[in-house]
Design a protein around this ligand. Structure first.
Ligand code: J9Q
Length: 251
């Protein structure tokens, strides 16, 4: 899968992408990522990418022509992209469902906006405008990285163990169950810090049921909104009824 990212801060994108799972996928060629410095698409001696807003007011606005030239250059070099995503606080919410839809595309261009704004005419070249949530950020670079990480993980071959992708919390619609690793007992610590016995029992049917109960109980407690969209099997529905019964009058 191909990604192009248009930004005035290339280092902000390059360094994080070189690390970890995505870095390895890029080395292997499973992902093909090119970071484009918007200043390379200016034509003036000072490589100016922004200007004052018409009508006055504080802050600077990203000029349209360098962005148009960057998009034209990407298309000339790599072909027409499947999507041009503009990251912006005015966008629709980026969710796991959106990540799944975008992960089936062959080539995505990300336009990283600035906090102060982007010339409105750029929106005509974007096929989608997406936000990662309601907070003030200085620019669209971190949102673009968040989206690329979520999308790329769903591309076959990027994550080594395909099971961890399939069982991922938001793919299943529930929060994760608690995980433990060795040691089973922390030397010198209280009983409360020991690994639940069921996980050491070797009884796989019991372990599966315990994990379902823990995932459901956490979701009910912390993110009940997720339960409306979750597809639960018979056993999970039964556990959830039990949990709801047990919680009556306790909240
Ligand atoms: C470009 N705050 O915020 C949340 N999702 C995207 C953004 C954003 C921002 C400023 C500039 C994107």
């Amino acid at each position: 899968m191909k990604f192009d990212i248009v930004t005035i801060f290339p280092a902000m994108i390059e360094q994080p992408l070189a690390a970890g799972i995505l870095g390895r996928a890029i080395e292997r060629g499973t992902l093909d990522v090119k970071v484009r410095d918007l200043r390379d698409f200016t034509t003036d001696r000072h490589r100016v990418v922004d200007d004052v807003p018409y009508g006055g007011g504080p802050g600077m606005v990203l000029k349209p022509e360098p962005i148009f030239r960057a998009l034209d250059a990407i298309e000339a070099e790599r072909g027409r992209p499947s999507a041009v995503v503009m990251t912006s606080p005015q966008g629709t919410r980026f969710t796991q469902e959106e990540a799944q839809r975008l992960s089936r595309m062959a080539h995505i261009v990300f336009l990283c906006g600035r906090y102060e704004g982007v010339d409105e005419r750029v929106r005509e070249r974007a096929t989608e405008e997406l936000s990662i949530g309601d907070y003030v950020l200085s620019g669209g670079e971190l949102p673009a990285l968040v989206m690329i990480d979520a999308i790329a993980r769903l591309v076959p071959g990027v994550v080594g163990d395909e099971r961890s992708v399939a069982e991922d919390s938001f793919s299943r619609g529930l929060l994760d169950f608690p995980q433990y690793t060795r040691p089973a007992r922390m030397t010198g610590s209280a009983e409360a810090l020991k690994v639940p016995d069921v996980l050491l029992s070797g009884n796989h049917a019991e372990i599966r049921r315990w994990r379902k109960r823990e995932a459901l109980s956490r979701t009910l407690d912390r993110r009940p909104d997720l339960l409306t969209g979750a597809s639960l099997d018979e056993e999970e529905q039964e556990i959830l009824r039990e949990l709801k019964g047990a919680s009556h009058g306790r909240d």
